[in-house]
Structures are given as structure tokens and as C-alpha cells.
Design a protein around this ligand. Structure first.
Ligand code: ADQ
Length: 765
């Protein structure tokens, strides 16, 4: 059982009640016939385990056998409340409506969904059983967390029975586009069932958006950002429901620790040996499900062997496919097809000594899985549609050696976060083959660079953070509803004190709907207010929070494009690690997915020229009190912001320009730029426009928002294309279509983009 203190820390009231189709335990019958239960492996359990371990909970679910009445029992820190299902419940509610109607429909109709009225009736009846069991288990005012597509009606049924409860619902699988969802004969009832919750969590931004669109269409309830406003019959407001993405993750540390254990490392070496020490091991781990694209993976693999791109004797594809839903016809067929294909590949390309595909139709214990992850040079995830895909994250968590390559389908929720994986469209077999070959041939250095970045994402966003943020949102939503406090009204909070012009606001709305966005900003005068001493410049906290939120949002990249050197940007304290950063007007560039593009150190020739330039300018600047020479990796800048007499300052700038023009052969190789009370010289030709071009070549699908305040930003603004949004800060002449007044307005603009893209609110400071 949970302790009140622990629950308070998580923001929940009373004991947390979790409701899911299956109880998270498996029955073990000992030799003496005594039945015990142990926590079972698998998607939801894996994710919830750390939360429950810390908090304890009551868990309501089906124990896994039909026609069995069991009294509540305890396993570890969980009190388990079994819900009994009979054989017909199992066939019609579970195999039928859940796995042969909702599952294929929500996975974009990869297999045709079947619609049967008796399945639906049974689904309603079984959902009621679960709701009643949860209602009985929950203490007054408790938080109930309902999971997944089998129990979509439970939230509303539970609210009706127990209006005192705080209810969260999380959908582990995708939510389809309104056009597909509209097929479901009981679409409105399903939406109303889910809307019984205070918070509805989805894996991806697009799932939440799809849901809100269906709610608008079939329930007639509008939304403001991520908040759905449920009307009463008379049109007055009844309740607010938050429908937002909460991408699930794994207990990354636990996987890492497991993979670092001597036993698992030894087992990984053993696996390699047992496979005959092939040069490369490729791994696939899935439930045997048609959504996982196993056929596509095998087809691409077979073609690589057929084309002679890789010798069959040099490679083994280990495919672990755990048995799943074996009584549903589509799954039976799939198993047959896969097993025929595997035999065909091994028949065509194998020898007595070696089979290129090692196929295991079985679940694998977690330790063995960690050893497989360690042994695998490449993990291939080819889902045609997948809510998240935890296998991809587990692989990354296990690879503290920073080796190994992840080939990842862009149709997984994980692809929204894991952008440095080799992303593939599994329907494009040629593209998939190319990615597999790239992965198999990737040099260790590039593996390390990618793996490092990918692991960062998994460790930052682990399952503890997932559950905490979900439970916090549930509690906040409920508190707000209870107090009905105007100051926490999200609709009011998005009304920013800074007014953005309607034209710019609609440009942001249009931009936010793009699949891929690059938000590129200048620093001084744009994100950071101009201050007398450049060293004192600081990014506005609100802009920093907004950029961090944008950078975490799927499909959004953040770039800083500044005249400052990267070192000088870092010295202001701004956190650059996660962003693309172009310094020294683009002469320096870091953080692009393609590490090749990261700019190297100055050449010997550039260093020589820079030394001569510095010498000339140092002499001049020393003579003018208040003037300062800033040294950069590729140039130097003469600052006169602190020269008290502006005429003297201007004269120094003119003298500096003349002195550099006099530098003989060097002069033609030195580029100069005028900024606000600063004249800059660079020994490497670069411009903000050019560097923006380099960045966008790496992100070819991105639509760009560029914000800058300086004349040097005009080069970037000029390079924008139709559909991009250009914003100039201040009132100087510009080619930009939009203007804002100052860095405070830039922070408001970025916050607005966060709100319309993700529904999150970044308040003003
Ligand atoms: P699943 O479709 O089951 O989950 P996935 O997220 O890849 O898919 O895997 C869940 C867990 O099962 C992982 O911990 C994995 O290690 C384990 N697993 C998979 N195959 C296994 C095997 N052969 N042997 C042993 N263990 C195996 C659903 C959704 C996903 C979503 C999760 C969690 O379909 O999209 O990521 O829920 O929300």
C-alpha cells in the first residue's frame, strides 16, 4: 500500500488506483502446486513499475485466466484487485472489440478493423465491471489512473459512480486522424467515455491533436490549446479536460545498470560466439504484431543478401518475436507468413554452419534482452505505426559503450524524440535497405556521436519523469476545477501581457501546424536585451524557457545564429548543449545532426591573417578610452558602446575600417560588418544567411521562423522562402514581413508558438 507522504510528493490525494486490462503479475505454480504471483514483463508494467515501486498502489485488472474469481491479494507494494472475465468476455471484449476493432483502427487500418455490435455490447459491459471495481477500490477523493484502449469507457462510468475522484486516462497506442476514427460506429460514445477523465494523455502531439479534432467534430466541444471545454446541455461550461501528449519512457538507469553487470556482459559475448562470431549482428525485438513491420524488415534484409551487399556468412539477423493474440486470425496469418519468409531466407542464403536469420518465437527475460541489446551492432525498428516503441529506448539505455546504431521507423512515437537515429519509412524498401547498410557500415566515431545524443534524450526523459508529469497534470487540473480559480484559468494565462499583431499571430498559428519547424534566433537584442557591456548580456528567462520547450517539442529544431563566438555565447550562461548554434556570424557551427558539418578550427593561413588583423586593431583601440577589442576564433570586433563621446567612437570605427583596408593582400580576404556601435572583421567568409542555408539543407522539410534585430540578420531574413516567417526586432528598415518591439516581445512570441504547438503555457516572468 502507498504511504500518504509518498502520494503527497507525487501530488495525488489518497491511495493511487491504477486500472488496466491485465494485472501486472503472472501466476507461478511451484512444484508443490502452490500458486504465487510475480510481476510480469511487458509494455505497461515496465513503464509503471518504478512509479508503483516508489508510491505503492491499488491495481485493478484481469489476472489472465478466464472464469476465475480471485480475492484481492498483495504483491510487493501493490494491492491487486482482480476483475473476473468469462470466456465470452475474453472473446468479444478482448480479442474482438479491443484487438480486432480498436487496435487495427487506431493503427491506421494496417489490418481491416471488424465492427460487430455484440463485441461493442460486451466491451461496454466489461468496461462497466472495471469501473465498478475501481469505484470500490478508491478512497474518497483518490486519484485513479486508467490505462489504454481496452478501457476507454471507464473514465466516464467511473465519474458517474464516483464524482469525487480525480481521473487520468493514458492511451498507449496512437489516436487516429478524424477521417479514420469516423469509421467507428460508436465513435461519439468512445469519445464521451474518455472525456470522463480530467486529463487524457497521449504519446504524441499529433495523437492529442487528432483526439481534440474528433471531439470538436463528434461531441461539439471546442478546445483552447490543449484544454477541451465541455459544454452543459444549456451551453454553459461544465468541465475542462486536458488532452495533451505525455510521451512514455523507460527506467533508463535500471536498464543501464543491468547491461553493465558482469553477467549480462559475459552473456553478450557468449551470444556472439554462439552465433558463430558473425561480423555484424542485427536485432529485431517485437511482439509478433502486424503493426511492427517485421515482414518489411525481413524483405529488406533478404534483398541485401540477394544483392550481395553483405555476405550472408558475415551477418546474423536475430529476430525475437514474442507470441501475441494468437487466437485472432490476422495474427495467425502473420505468424505463418513470417515463419515462411524466415525459412526461405535461411534456405536461400544459409549454410550448414550458419543461418542468416535466427528467429525466436518466444518472450525473452529482461537480462537476456539486455545481453542481446549489447551484442547487437544494429537495432532495427520498422513499425508501420507504433504508439511509442520502448524497445528502441531500451537499446539506447543499455549502450553505455556509446556504440551501436538505431534504425527507427518514423511512424513510431519514439521518432519524435530520437532524431539522431537513422529514421526510415519502412514502406520504402529501398530506403530501408540503404539505412540498414548505412548502419552496418557506420564508423565507430559517428556511432558514438549519434548514440551520445540519443542516450541524452532517453536519460533526460525517463519513465519517472513521464509518470510524475502526468500525475502532476492530473492533480493541477483537478485542483483548478475544484477551486475554479480565475488566476489558474489556462485560457486567461495564454492572454499574454505583450500584444502580438493579429498578422503575426496568424503566421504563428500557420507555422505551428507545419510538420517540421526550425526556430532560428539571433542573440543580442533579440533574445537578450542590449546592455552596455556585451559580457553582461543575458537571455531573457522566459525566452530561454520557451526555446527549451520548443526544442523538446516533436518536429521542432532550435538554432541560435549569432555574431558572437560560441565561447562568448556560452559565457553568458545560456544553455547551448541541446541547440544548433552558429557563432561568429556562421563561421562556427555546432549541433547539426550531420556531424560532418561542424566547423573545424581555423587553418594556418587564417590564423596568420587573424594575428596581423589583431595587431593592427589593438594599436588603435588602445588609444580610445572605453573602446574594446573582442577576440573571436575567426576575427575580432571593435566595440564602442562604452565610449562616452559618440563622435569619438564613430571616428575610431572609421579609422579601424581604413586601417584594415590598408592591410595589403590580407584586406581582400577580410570581411567586415557594421553592427550596433560595433565593427566586426572576420578572416573567414561567412554570413548568417549562408549558415541558415547550411542548417536548412540538413532539415530540408523544415519551415523557418527567423527572428533578429540587427542589420547582419537581414542576410538571413533575405534568404527566407515563401511560407517561412521573418521577424525583425525594433524599427530599422527590414525585408522581414513582421516586426516586434523588443526582446520581451520576442519572448512572448516564442511562448505563443509553444502554446499553439504543444498546449503548454510559458508565463511571463
Ligand atoms: P508494445 O506494442 O508491447 O506496447 P513496445 O513499446 O515496443 O511495444 O514494447 C513493450 C515492452 O515489451 C518492452 O519493454 C519490450 O522490452 C517488451 N518486449 C517486446 N518484445 C519482447 C519479447 N520478444 N520478449 C520480451 N519482451 C519483449 C504498447 C504500444 C507501444 C508503447 C507501449 C508503452 O504498442 O507503442 O510504446 O505500449 O506505452
Amino acid at each position: 500500500m502507498s504511504t500518504p507522504e509518498a502520494n503527497e510528493a507525487a501530488g495525488t490525494v489518497g491511495t493511487l488506483v491504477v486500472v488496466s486490462n491485465r494485472l501486472p503479475v503472472d501466476r507461478v505454480t511451484g512444484d508443490d502446486g502452490v500458486v504465487t504471483w510475480r510481476p510480469s514483463p511487458g509494455g505497461l508494467v515496465t513503464a509503471m513499475e518504478p512509479v508503483v515501486r516508489d508510491l505503492g498502489c491499488v491495481w485493478v485488472g484481469w489476472p489472465g485466466n478466464v472464469d476465475e474469481e480471485l480475492a484481492p491479494f498483495n504483491v510487493d507494494s501493490m494491492e491487486l484487485r482482480p476483475v473476473s472475465l468469462d470466456a465470452q468476455d475474453f472473446t468479444e471484449y478482448y480479442e474482438g472489440f479491443s484487438n480486432d476493432t480498436i487496435w487495427p483502427l487506431y493503427h491506421d487500418v494496417i489490418s481491416a478493423p471488424a465492427y460487430h455490435r455484440e463485441w461493442w455490447d460486451r466491451y461496454v459491459a466489461v468496461n462497466r465491471k472495471f469501473a465498478l471495481a475501481a469505484a470500490e477500490a478508491a478512497e474518497p477523493g483518490a486519484t485513479v489512473w486508467v490505462h489504454d484502449y481496452q478501457l476507454q469507457l471507464v473514465p466516464a462510468m467511473l465519474r458517474e459512480a464516483r464524482p469525487d475522484l480525480i481521473i487520468g486516462f493514458f492511451l498507449h497506442i496512437p489516436f487516429p486522424a478524424a477521417g479514420l476514427f469516423s469509421q467507428l460506429p460508436w465513435r461519439r460514445k468512445v469519445l464521451e467515455g474518455m472525456l470522463g477523465a480530467d486529463v487524457i494523455g497521449f504519446q504524441r502531439v499529433v495523437d492529442a491533436a487528432n483526439f481534440r479534432a474528433s471531439v470538436r467534430r463528434y461531441v461539439g466541444a471546442p478546445s483552447s490549446g490543449n484544454v477541451i471545454l465541455l459544454p452543459e446541455r444549456d451551453g454553459s461550461e461544465k468541465r475542462r479536460v486536458l488532452a495533451q501528449d505525455f510521451p512514455i519512457s523507460i527506467d533508463a538507469n535500471a536498464f543501464q545498470t543491468l547491461a553493465q553487470s558482469a553477467k549480462v556482459r559475459k552473456r553478450a559475448r557468449e551470444i556472439r560466439r554462439e552465433l558463430g562470431n558473425p561480423k555484424r549482428i542485427m536485432l529485431g525485438v517485437d511482439r509478433l504484431d502486424y503493426t511492427k513491420g517485421i515482414r518489411h524488415r525481413l524483405k529488406a534484409f533478404a534483398e541485401i543478401l540477394r544483392d550481395g551487399e553483405v555476405a550472408a556468412s558475415d551477418i546474423t539477423l536475430v529476430q525475437v518475436a514474442s507470441p501475441s493474440r494468437e487466437r485472432v486470425e490476422a495474427y495467425r496469418q502473420l505468424r505463418d507468413e513470417i515463419e515462411i519468409t524466415v525459412s526461405r531466407i535461411n534456405g536461400d542464403h544459409g549454410t550448414i554452419a550458419h543461418s542468416p536469420v535466427m528467429y525466436l518465437h518466444q518472450g525473452v527475460p529482461r537480462e537476456e534482452m539486455a545481453a542481446l541489446y549489447l551484442a547487437a551492432d544494429v537495432l532495427v525498428v520498422t513499425s508501420l505505426r507504433d504508439g511509442m516503441n520502448l524497445v528502441a529506448k531500451e537499446y539506447l539505455a543499455c549502450r553505455s559503450d556509446e556504440q551501436g546504431v538505431l534504425v527507427l521507423s518514423e511512424f513510431t512515437g519514439a521518432a519524435d524524440e530520437l532524431r539522431r537515429a537513422l529514421l526510415v519509412n519502412p514502406h520504402d524498401i529501398d530506403g530501408l535497405k540503404a539505412a540498414m547498410l548505412q548502419a552496418l557500415r557506420m564508423p565507430p566515431r559517428e556511432q558514438r556521436q549519434r548514440m551520445k545524443a540519443l542516450r541524452k534524450v532517453v536519460f533526460r526523459n525517463d519513465v519517472a519523469r513521464w509518470s510524475e508529469s502526468f500525475l502532476r497534470a492530473v492533480e493541477a487540473q483537478a485542483a483548478q476545477w475544484r477551486t475554479n480559480a480565475a488566476e489558474t484559468d489556462p485560457a486567461l494565462m495564454v492572454n499574454d501581457p505583450v500584444f502580438l499583431s493579429p498578422g503575426l499571430d496568424s503566421a504563428l498559428l500557420r507555422l505551428s501546424a507545419e510538420q517540421s519547424i526550425l526556430v532560428a534566433c539571433d542573440f543580442d537584442g533579440t533574445l537578450a536585451p542590449i546592455v552596455p557591456r556585451p559580457d553582461d548580456a543575458r537571455i531573457s528567462p522566459r525566452a530561454e524557457r520557451a526555446l527549451a520547450a520548443l526544442n523538446e517539442a516533436p518536429g521542432v529544431h532550435v538554432a541560435l545564429i549569432s555574431g558572437r563566438s560560441i565561447e562568448s555565447l556560452s559565457a553568458t550562461g545560456v544553455q547551448l548543449d541541446e541547440w544548433i548554434v552558429a557563432g561568429s556570424h556562421g563561421a562556427e557551427l555546432v549541433g547539426l545532426p550531420d556531424a560532418q558539418l561542424v566547423t573545424g578550427a581555423p587553418s594556418a593561413e587564417e590564423r596568420g591573417r587573424l594575428a596581423r588583423l589583431t595587431e593592427v586593431l589593438q594599436g588603435l583601440v588602445a588609444l580610445t578610452p572605453g573602446a574594446r577589442l573582442e577576440l573571436k576564433p575567426y576575427g575580432c570586433a571593435v566595440h564602442v558602446r562604452q565610449v562616452s563621446d559618440s563622435v569619438v567612437g564613430d571616428r575610431l570605427l572609421a579609422e579601424a575600417a581604413a586601417a584594415v583596408a590598408d592591410m595589403g593582400e590580407d584586406a581582400s580576404q577580410i570581411q567586415s560588418r557594421t553592427g550596433k556601435r560595433v565593427l566586426e572583421f572576420s578572416v573567414r567568409r561567412a554570413s548568417k544567411g549562408e549558415v541558415l542555408g547550411i542548417i536548412r539543407a540538413e532539415l530540408p522539410d523544415a519551415t523557418v521562423l527567423f527572428v533578429g534585430d540587427d542589420d547582419t540578420d537581414e542576410e538571413a531574413l533575405q534568404s527566407l522562402r515563401p511560407g517561412d516567417v521573418g521577424v525583425r526586432v525594433g524599427d530599422a528598415p527590414t525585408v522581414a514581413e513582421y516586426r516586434v518591439a523588443d526582446p520581451e516581445a520576442v519572448a512572448a512570441l516564442l511562448s505563443r508558438l509553444v502554446n499553439v504547438r504543444t498546449g503548454h503555457v510559458i508565463g511571463s516572468d
